[in-house]
Design a protein around this ligand. Structure first.
Ligand code: AP5
Length: 222
């Protein structure tokens, strides 16, 4: 089963993707995480991506699609994936359709986490992430048990370099310009399910699972 999570920066895509991955025993493929790993490793891809990420701009489509194609070809993706942060433009959505078709697959669910603008700002400003396992916390809304320490693996938590107020604003603006049309693209294809992302983490997860269960029961698992 191949699933896409769509939503603005801070909508909760990463948080929900990790919970779905555990429930469905599928890997998450997050373009943001892949770029940050490449930056950390200092690869040519990382050097290129950093120029864009630091400004809150999108990394060019072809660079991003090539990275995702390489990731989807790995054996752990054979039974499906949960995509977080990809696709983010209509060109990427079209490329994904082609990539999956070549593997004899098609998207089963595109879930759009709809979150109001004031909630996005609040969520982004208090986010802390585990650099080791990628778990995401919020200092007020979804705190870790021991301050500064990951509940899952005990590693220290850090804040993302692109979470400054200025870059956050630009990311939300870029989302409106480039990613909102992806929602219309999937709605036109009859693939889009909208979930109220303003709710608690547990309530959003419950609604996502209902959407996926409904698709599974209709035999629409790609
Ligand atoms: P990326 O890493 O994908 O960032 P993003 O889309 O801006 O999304 P975020 O990771 O900020 O938010 P999220 O929706 O995952 O929310 P989270 O779960 O963390 O991309 C970063 C950059 O990489 C882009 O700007 C671009 O440059 C580049 N890039 C990536 N993909 C690309 C692509 N396809 N094409 C081109 N360029 C690309 O939650 C946020 C906070 O809220 C957390 O603190 C969390 O604990 C809290 N929270 C979450 N849900 C809830 C809830 N229900 N209730 C209360 N708190 C909650």
């Amino acid at each position: 089963m191949d699933i896409v999570l769509l939503g603005a920066p801070g909508a909760g895509k990463g948080t929900q993707a990790e919970l779905l991955a555990e429930w469905l025993s599928l890997p998450t493929v997050s373009s943001g995480v892949l770029f940050r790993e490449a930056i950390e490793a200092g690869t040519p891809l990382g050097v290129r991506a950093k120029e864009y990420i630091d400004r809150g701009e999108l990394v060019p489509d072809q660079v991003t699609v090539d990275m995702i194609a390489e990731r989807l070809a790995r054996p752990d993706c054979a039974n499906g994936v949960i995509l977080d942060g990809f696709p983010r433009t209509v060109a990427q959505a079209e490329a994904l359709e082609g990539l999956l078709a070549r593997m004899g697959r098609r998207l089963a669910v595109v879930a759009y986490l709809k979150v109001s603008p004031e909630v996005l700002v609040q969520r982004l400003s208090g986010r802390w992430t585990c650099a080791n396992c990628g778990a995401v916390y919020h200092e007020v809304l979804h705190p870790e048990a021991t301050k500064g320490v990951c509940d899952n693996c005990g590693s220290p938590l850090t804040q993302r370099e692109d979470d400054t107020p200025e870059v956050q604003r630009r990311r939300i603006q870029v989302y409106t310009e480039s990613t909102a049309p992806v929602i219309a693209y999937y709605r036109d294809k009859g693939l889009l399910s909208e979930v109220d992302g303003d709710q608690s983490v547990d309530a959003v997860q419950r609604d996502l699972r209902s959407v996926i269960t409904a698709v599974q029961s209709q035999g629409g698992a790609g």
